[in-house]
Design a binder for this molecule. Structure first.
Ligand code: ADP
Ligand code: MG
Length: 726
């Protein structure tokens, strides 16, 4: 079937799509009965485990205590019984390698014994697994001949069952480490960083009179943006199914300029999909809360209620899997890439972050009285200092070839890291900043921490700023530069680490200044916060992050503007980054080096794959189609001329010229593809400087041709079709 006939057939299919039969009986199968049915939760463990065992396990989960191996033995057998009752035959240690994906190795519960199969599951199998680690990228952390890597049970994230068509599997979240103890994954540093954050937060809380605050955990709520397109059209776009984004495509007549999509009515087919996604998530105890249309046509968002960072991460990985899986069932494809379509908005993943605990609540929630407010301001100041000091590595941790199309493209936060605080908080901080110099001039707005002049802060998030990469939103910070395809583990463990470090800095200074005398706290805090704000206030920016003036102003302030991945990645191993990670015990130098190297590799591989595919589609689909049209036009001209009329409209000349330029551009791209060589950083820069512009040129010419060539000859589904047919 020629490309075009296939397109026609796909479109006819979509036009006659009558919707699918309901996947469940929503009137009788209530969601509240489904919630968590596939999770081996604390409640289930409490019912099934002996009291002492349960208490010991709960202490590990809630207070970060140590796990006793005898406990594991009992838990394993109870976990297996529960899993078998749910039809599971296998268990899998699930881990999160440096690729950002989810990996799993399945083992059967069953072993032959006396001519029949017996199910067993030991404490040792629960606690530790040994997948063949050699084929996971480690960035040089582990030579292939020493492929030993271990998966280690993460007690703090509950085990769950994944249902398949032909059976189900017990999944156990694990950390993945080498036999030398290096982190080969994204969960290990996340867990380490949560410990560090807790350790330092406790010191501040103690100074504020909470010696027994309970475990302080980072909390996270990730908002996921995605595109949905019909799978019939998707399969006619090799760029989409190979690279996750379109490499060609002329701008449609209608884009997103009508602004009628955002929060608009959700189409039936999409809503049916979303509801099934939610059901699947609920079964796994993932608390999805919000669903809506996003700005671009075909773009949507889903967000859960926040959870402890570690669990939020595992649930986010599962959510991405569910989004993709359920889409297939509905004849749709869920695109998680940052920029599947040029010219319309890309997708992000806003990571909302805070810290707190059961006893003390959310520590970034302004309090009802000056004392609580002082504590809140202390934690907020730690965040400001951390983001200011580590702006470069924050940018690096959200850098990828995919996200480069988005960051700084006037639809997403700029590549410059800054903090939006809103008017209220900015006012409070600028008063604190002033107050040292002007303590006598009370009316001049000097603000004394801890005394009655500290205003009651309203909890209303109030004003919003969509252009900021890092925004305070009432009781949490929202990191908005994260890409939609990213694992949130990296951004989370980075935030935990740098903020723990700033909290440590503050705690050190305050403990030294007060020497155990609480009466000295207010004055010490006043002085310290002032110093920090004087040095780091430059990171605060409430204006329009998309404007050109901001780039100029930011440069004046000395803020970094790392526009592309190759520019940003060296920040992963600067002295300051290594020092902060080592001080907090989260990653060591070589663990960071391996991550930097892998990120370069990822970048180069993406650019090389995309450019290879571009050549292929250009040469084997677009070029031949254009030639066919040229032949048709020439024939028509000859025909008309034969009748004695000259068809002199110039179309043939225009297309021929474009086609020649297109052939040249393809040849240039082919040459440039081979130029990157040398060390990873240099290679990445060459890929950016040589291959990307050559790809851009090919695309521009192809898109111009698409606007001229007869539609029945064009091989690829158009943007119009991809974005609007559903
Ligand atoms: P918006 O689109 O206005 O940013 P949403 O309601 O879509 O807001 O998303 C806000 C996200 O922030 C939700 O996932 C929510 O659970 C999360 N969130 C709320 N409070 C906290 C907190 N204390 N810590 C982390 N995340 C939080
Ligand atoms: Mg948001």
């Amino acid at each position: 079937m020629s490309g075009n006939a296939a397109r026609r057939k796909a479109i006819e299919g979509i036009a006659s799509h009558s919707g699918m039969a309901p996947s469940f009986d929503y009137k009788n199968d209530k969601v509240e009965d489904l919630y968590g049915i596939n999770v081996f939760s604390l409640e289930k463990m409490e019912k099934r485990l002996p009291k002492a065992i349960f208490r010991s396990l709960k202490n590990v989960i809630e207070n970060g205590g140590k796990l006793d191996t005898t406990v594991a033995e009992v838990v394993a057998s109870s976990m297996m019984d529960w899993a078998l009752a749910h039809g599971a035959t296998h268990y899998a240690h699930v881990f999160y390698p440096l690729t950002g994906l989810t990996a799993e190795k399945h083992d059967s519960f069953y072993e032959p014994s006396g001519g029949r199969l017996l199910a067993t599951f030991s404490g040792k199998s629960l606690i530790q697994g040994e997948p063949d680690a050699s084929s996971f990228p480690s960035g040089g952390l582990r030579a292939t001949f020493e492929a030993r890597g271990y998966t280690v049970w993460d007690v703090t994230s509950p085990a769950f069952i994944v249902e398949g068509v032909n059976g189900s599997t017990l999944c156990i979240p694990t950390a993945f480490v080498s036999w030398t103890g290096d982190a080969l994954d994204k969960k290990t540093p996340l867990l380490r960083s949560m410990q560090a954050l807790n350790r330092q937060a406790q010191r501040i809380l103690k100074l504020f009179g909470h010696p027994d605050a309970g475990f302080i955990a980072a909390t996270a709520g990730p908002e996921q943006e995605y595109f949905l397109i019909d799978s019939r059209l998707y399969h006619l776009r090799p760029d989409l199914y190979t690279c996750g984004r379109t490499l060609f495509g002329a701008r449609p007549a209608r884009g997103q300029e009508f602004e009628d999509q955002y929060f608009g009515t959700i189409p039936d087919r999409v809503l049916a999909y979303m509801m099934e996604v939610e059901r699947e998530a609920f079964k796994l105890g993932i608390p999805l809360k919000t669903r809506h249309n996003e700005v671009a046509p075909g773009q949507y968002e889903v967000a859960p209620i926040f959870e402890t960072a570690n669990v939020a991460h595992d649930h986010q990985q599962l959510t991405m899997t569910i989004l993709k899986k359920v889409a297939r069932k509905h004849g749709l494809v869920c695109l998680l890439a940052e920029k599947p379509f040029a010219g319309v908005n890309g997708s992000g993943k806003h990571v909302n972050w805070s810290l707190g605990g059961a006893k003390v609540g959310n520590l970034l929630d302004p309090g009802d009285n000056p004392h609580d407010n002082a504590q809140f301001l202390t934690f907020a100041t730690a965040v400001i200092r951390a983001v200011s000091l580590h702006q470069g590595v924050l940018r690096a941790f959200v850098a990828s070839a995919g996200n480069d199309h988005r960051l700084g493209a006037n639809e997403a936060p700029p590549a410059i890291l800054s903090i939006y605080l809103g008017d209220q908080l900015t006012g409070v901080f600028s008063q604190i900043q002033k107050s040292g110099a002007a303590t006598s001039t009370k009316r001049g707005g000097a603000l004394q921490i801890g005394v009655d002049t500290l205003p009651v802060l309203s909890k209303d998030a109030g004003d919003r700023n969509r252009t900021s990469p890092f925004a305070f939103t009432g009781n949490k910070f929202e990191f908005r530069a994260v890409g939609s395809a990213f694992s949130i583990a990296g951004p989370l463990f980075l935030l935990n680490t740098i903020i723990a470090d700033s909290i440590q800095y503050i705690a050190d200074a305050l403990e030294k200044a007060t020497k155990g005398d609480p009466k000295k706290l207010d004055a010490a805090l006043q002085k310290l916060l002032q110093e920090i704000l004087n040095e780091h206030g430059k990171i605060i920016f409430n204006g329009n992050g998309y404007s050109e003036e901001w780039a100029v102003e930011a440069a004046k302030r000395g803020l970094k503007n790392l526009k592309s991945t190759p520019e940003a990645l060296p920040e992963v191993t600067t002295k300051a980054t290594i020092a902060v990670f080592e001080r907090q015990g989260v990653l060591r130098r070589h663990e960071l080096e391996s991550r930097e190297e892998l990120s370069y590799e990822g970048y180069i591989n993406t650019v090389r794959t995309e450019s290879k595919l571009m050549l292929e589609i250009g040469r084997t689909q677009i070029y031949p189609s254009v030639n066919r049209y040229i032949a048709e036009l020439s024939a028509a001209r000859g025909g008309v001329a034969g009748a004695g009329v000259e068809l002199n409209d110039g179309v043939l000349e225009r297309i021929t010229a474009l086609q020649c330029a297109f052939a040249d551009a393809l040849a240039t791209l082919e040459k440039q593809r081979d130029t990157p060589s040398g060390a990873p950083h240099k290679k990445a820069l060459l890929a950016r400087d040589n291959i990307l512009p050559a790809m851009q040129k090919v695309r521009e010419l192809a898109d111009s041709l698409e606007e001229l060539v007869a539609d029945d000859l064009w091989p690829l589904p158009s943007y119009q079709e991809l974005l609007f047919l559903r």
